[in-house]
Ligand binder design. Sequence first.
Ligand SMILES: Cc1cc2nc3c(=O)[nH]c(=O)nc-3n(C[C@H](O)[C@H](O)[C@H](O)COP(=O)(O)OP(=O)(O)OC[C@H]3O[C@@H](n4cnc5c(N)ncnc54)[C@H](O)[C@@H]3O)c2cc1C
Length: 422
Amino acid sequence: MTQKWDVVIIGGGLAGFVAANYLTRNNLSILVLEKGKKVGGRARTDQIHQQYFNLGPHALYKKGKAMSILEELTIQVPGKSPQLGGVLVKDHLEYTAPFTPLGLLTTGLLNWKERIEWANTLLKVISIHTEKLEKQTFEQWVQQTTDSANIQSLLYLLGRLATYCHAPDQASAKIIVSHLKTVLNGVLYLDHGWQTIIDQLHNKAVVSGVQIETHKRVKHIAPLEQDSFKLILSNDEEIFGKNVICTTGPHELQHMLGEKSNFSFTKMKPVKGATFDVALTQLPNPKKLFAMDIQHPLYFSVHSNYARLSAEGKSAVMHVFKYHHPDEKIDEKKVKNELEQFLEKIQPGWKNYEITSRFIPQIIVNQRLPQIGDEQILQCSKQGIPGLYIAGDWASPDFILAEGAVSSAKQAAEEIMKREKS
Ligand SMILES: Cc1cc2nc3c(=O)[nH]c(=O)nc-3n(C[C@H](O)[C@H](O)[C@H](O)COP(=O)(O)OP(=O)(O)OC[C@H]3O[C@@H](n4cnc5c(N)ncnc54)[C@H](O)[C@@H]3O)c2cc1C
């Protein structure tokens, strides 16, 4: 007889494994299907020449939703918080970042009036009720908050740093500012990368009886009569399940449902960036650990100064990153050159110390740029097809990035457990 699983989870990333771990509490039969040869999705860490490379810069928010859910699942998150500070580049000149009291006092970026305004703006961000920003774009909020061009640039920069979104004219102020509030409470860089989280979630799931199959790409989801589903894989294998949690992106989900889809995710677009992950035997300039460009969407941070990211623990592992605008046409060669030039500016002569590096010109950081009105679209999708649940960094109306992936996964698991009990 063909087995019918209680729950089939499409995708073995953070969302898939968080959902699986909650579902094991209810003694359900659970199958995870992952199209890749490895699990982990975008939370994977690759070991290259004994260096641990996350897929670009990853920071876990100390007071965030993901942290509290991972704690609930007894997942350890070893690592350290990076120090605030570093430099900001403007017109090719470097300035102390005004992100600490000392930085604020000493930076040449702002005049005295602007320093006071910047301090007040940060206090405002911390205490703001973000529900009030529901109908505004981030750009509208920034322009309403200050007339100073310098302070506006700093707010855009912080918005990019916190959320990876580089489209203030399109992004929802509510989501950007509320995520920024979470980030301002501190972040952690994790020892051995985010694979640490994935490995623990994976092992716990296996021990609890979850079946995990890699190299299994779901091609089609067919809702059947009597609340169940037939999934057709790319090798034409058929899998049957009572409930399905889909953790792919919105467009892939729509594609898998074909004409059965009554979702309207067409307007959704992903947040993308380019990452240049680099390991050096040593830093040419050991004092420069963090830098961002104010006028260009560029980031640099040495993660290994805080987290253990190499087998021998001596090298310097850093990420240089470019935030892409969602409507931008990407010239990959030009982007690589830009990232190398930025690194050269901060760490002159870095090439002489290179152990290894990896350039990914376009990577999806979040499957959905949070926009005004997304809540309604996501709400409608919930009433879509009984037994089909969505999870992932795009699926929560209130959170993005890992916060969205983990919280939507927990919610999907809880809804299934409730459904199965009734
Ligand atoms: C450069 C970069 C920096 C980031 N920085 C941060 C950060 O600092 N803080 C933070 O909180 N988050 C950050 N993130 C985001 C975070 O990594 C993601 O939000 C999170 O890993 C998403 O998990 P997920 O399970 O929703 O999706 P994914 O990790 O994408 O998992 C989905 C899985 O489904 C699989 N799949 C897709 N289609 C199919 C199919 N048809 N059949 C079977 N399997 C399928 C995929 O292979 C994948 O493994 C960053 C991401 C990137 C790329």
